[in-house]
Design a protein around this ligand. Structure first.
Ligand code: THU
Length: 133
């Protein structure tokens, strides 16, 4: 797949970040089975545990619209380094992954990003298959 559009959407989404506590802006873009890319930013809270990561904002928007399968996910942080999805977001991605080799695009900037597979960043997932047999 061509990553240009999903990378651009993650970068745009980062501008929407609500992060008055960390000042660390994060953007995410998620391609679902309906063929659409859903975007999200981090949304922080004065009670810090109430914070929602960019990835989960984007995933929950797509799932709310009826999607159940993530086909690709891109994330960009605020620094000069690569920002990977946190552990909680990896588990939330696992819930909506059918093919565990989907691309996870870890963006530094529009011209510099890493493409990993979901398997690589979260091997041996625990998911609904473990509960339902
Ligand atoms: N954050 C994300 O949005 N995604 C990640 O994968 C890592 C962390 C946010 C949460 C919080 O608003 C800020 O980055 C600092 O942790």
């Amino acid at each position: 797949m061509d990553y240009k559009e999903i990378v651009e959407k993650a970068l745009e989404a980062r501008e929407k970040a609500y992060c008055p506590y960390s000042n660390f802006k994060v953007g995410a873009a998620v391609l679902f089975e309906d063929g659409k890319i859903y975007t999200g930013c981090n949304i922080e809270n004065a009670s810090f545990g109430g914070t929602n990561c960019a990835e989960r904002t984007a995933i929950f928007k797509g799932v709310y619209e009826g999607n159940r399968e993530i086909k690709a996910i891109a994330v960009v942080g605020d620094t000069s380094t690569y920002t990977y999805p946190c552990g909680i977001c990896r588990q939330v991605i696992a819930e909506f992954v059918v093919d565990t080799s989907i691309p996870v695009i870890i963006i530094k900037n529009a011209n510099d990003y890493l493409v990993k597979t979901f398997d690589e960043i979260l091997p041996g997932i625990f998911s609904k298959k473990d509960l339902n047999g």
